[in-house]
Write a protein that binds this ligand. Structure first.
Ligand code: DC
Length: 234
């Protein structure tokens, strides 16, 4: 492999919430034999820690000091990815609609982004990883070998999220979910630091009318080609 990336290439998948990034990233990582890094889960875990500690989000110094001491890890336990925040398993707790909205707010804070940026670069710089998030191709790994921007219409993304939440027994309507998704889109793309944006060299994939298998097949082929091309030039 490349000397700078002994374990393989870095694959970046960015895009708005509900575009199917997590499912696609997991399946793509499985196909390539790579590790999946769900950076959204890391932002959610940081939001949970801040809220549990009762930190005033307007107090920059307090947030900064708190973030210097947080430890967020992703670990594979019996084939399932587990999110550990300061040693606590928070995998399920971070997946509520309230946590989604709170995370959209806390992920705009510089100390939170600085702490997680460093952790994500450390986790991925050897390569052999599929990272998904909002700023992977633009900020975390601007030199990623393959970048995708996965999108879908607001209505389609809200429909998928609503189905998922109803399946978990949450009481929510499609109209509420559309409003939530649109609000998070706004918060994620209008923030000052590392806003959601398609990198100039990212491949745009609109998943609105494609099945998971179709999206996956297209992405896996592109990754393989890139990997082979890089290996051939060594
Ligand atoms: O992908 P997700 O829905 O689990 O992400 C949760 C929140 O975290 C979302 O509002 C955007 C934010 N996020 C971010 O700002 N940067 C990332 N790299 C990943 C997620």
């Amino acid at each position: 492999m490349m000397p700078s990336r002994p374990d393989g290439i870095v694959v970046a998948i960015d895009g708005p919430s509900g575009a199917g990034k997590s499912t696609i990233a997991r399946l793509l990582a499985e196909r390539l034999g790579y590790i999946q890094i769900d950076t959204g889960a890391m932002y959610r875990a940081a939001a949970l820690l801040l809220s549990q500690a009762g930190i005033d989000l307007d107090d920059f110094e307090r947030v900064e000091q708190f973030c210097q001491n947080i430890d967020i890890r992703l670990e594979l336990v019996s084939g399932k990815q587990v999110v550990l925040a300061n040693g606590m398993d928070v995998t399920d707790k971070i997946r509520t609609p309230e946590m989604s909205l709170l995370t959209s707010k806390t992920s705009a804070l510089k100390p939170v982004r600085d702490a997680l940026l460093k952790a994500q670069q450390l986790m991925g710089n050897r390569g052999g990883v599929v990272l998904e998030g909002r700023d992977i191709g633009t900020v975390v790994f601007p030199d990623a070998e393959v970048k995708f921007y996965l999108s879908a219409s607001v209505e389609e993304r809200a429909r998928r999220r609503c189905e998922e939440l109803l399946g978990k027994g949450e009481q929510i309507t499609l109209a509420e979910t559309i409003a939530d998704v649109a609000k998070r889109d706004r918060q994620d793309s209008e923030r000052d630091i590392a806003p959601l944006r398609q990198a100039d060299d990212a491949i745009l994939i609109d998943s609105s009318r494609l099945t998971i298998d179709e999206v996956l097949a297209e992405m896996a082929t592109l990754c393989r080609k890139k990997r082979e091309k890089l290996e051939a030039t060594l």
